[in-house]
Design a protein around this ligand. Structure first.
Ligand SMILES: [Ca+2]
Ligand SMILES: [Ca+2]
Ligand SMILES: [Ca+2]
Length: 253
């Protein structure tokens, strides 16, 4: 359901857009909406840990990192790379495309066949169960996303960003989300098993009240971070056309 927003709220959205562009640095357009969305550092033992579905459970090969493209454009990942806190673990091969609102998965290894799955080019992802850092770079070595985790990575299940598609949203144990219905991971799909990322759902909270003149809505005082998230959510409902112009350096009309 699309919400009606007053001019003041729209300005807040634009503020979020501009802040987003500044935070993303020189990475532009849809590249800024490629997120590390889920990872599995500690596959469970037995069949439930066979994340790549090749019939064998491996503590290294069934590790995975899942990316999400939360934009209207397909993005070419050729030459992009993933690192842990030690070294580069994967360089994306030529003609690697992550679809709009789609997922792409890198496994430590294994024998599988899926269009949006690859094995780590170095033969391992090396995700420490006790904690590690995962960083995504584009082909110009600009940092696109980075996450740091601790011992929560060693719980025999993945950690997944929730809500999906929101930069900065926290990572939580996959099976603890109601949408997961007990599943330990959702490799290459949304938490509830869909191939395309879900819509961002704004929390049900009162809209700003209108002043007596009816011109300017009364905007409540909230932390800057809330405005930033509102701005990002607003982007989704604005179909990101405004953002594309801002990040492309074009003048808003
Ligand atoms: Ca591991
Ligand atoms: Ca496996
Ligand atoms: Ca997933």
């Amino acid at each position: 359901m699309r919400r009606t927003k007053g001019r003041g709220v729209f300005e807040l959205i634009l503020t979020g857009v501009v802040c987003c562009g500044m935070l993303m640095g020189a990475a532009g357009k849809a590249e800024s909406f490629i997120l590390i969305n889920e990872f599995l550092a500690d596959p469970a033992s037995g069949p439930s840990g066979d994340a790549n579905g090749d019939g064998a459970t491996s503590s290294s090969q069934d590790e995975f990192i899942e990316l999400l493209n939360y934009s209207d454009e397909d993005v070419n990942l050729s030459g992009w790379s993933l690192s842990d806190n030690l070294r580069t673990r994967h360089v994306f091969s030529d003609s690697t495309i992550i679809n709009s609102y789609g997922y792409f998965v890198i496994f430590g290894g294994g024998d599988f066949s899926a269009a949006n799955w690859q094995s780590a080019s170095t033969g391992t992802l090396g995700l420490n169960n006790s904690g590690d850092t995962i960083t995504l770079f584009n082909s110009d070595l600009l940092q696109i996303d980075q996450i740091v985790y601790g011992s929560e990575g060693g719980q025999n299940q993945s950690l997944t960003r929730f809500p999906e598609g929101v930069p900065g949203s926290p990572f939580v144990l996959h099976s603890e989300l109601a949408q997961a219905q007990g599943r330990l991971f959702s490799v290459g799909e949304s938490i509830d098993g869909q191939p395309i990322a879900p819509e961002i759902v704004l929390p049900e909270e009162p809209l700003p009240e209108m002043s007596e003149s009816g011109e300017n809505p009364v905007v409540p005082e909230l932390p800057v971070a809330v405005y930033f998230l509102v701005g990002l959510a607003g982007l989704h409902f604005q179909r990101r056309t405004v953002l594309a112009k801002v990040l492309a350096g074009k003048t808003l009309e």
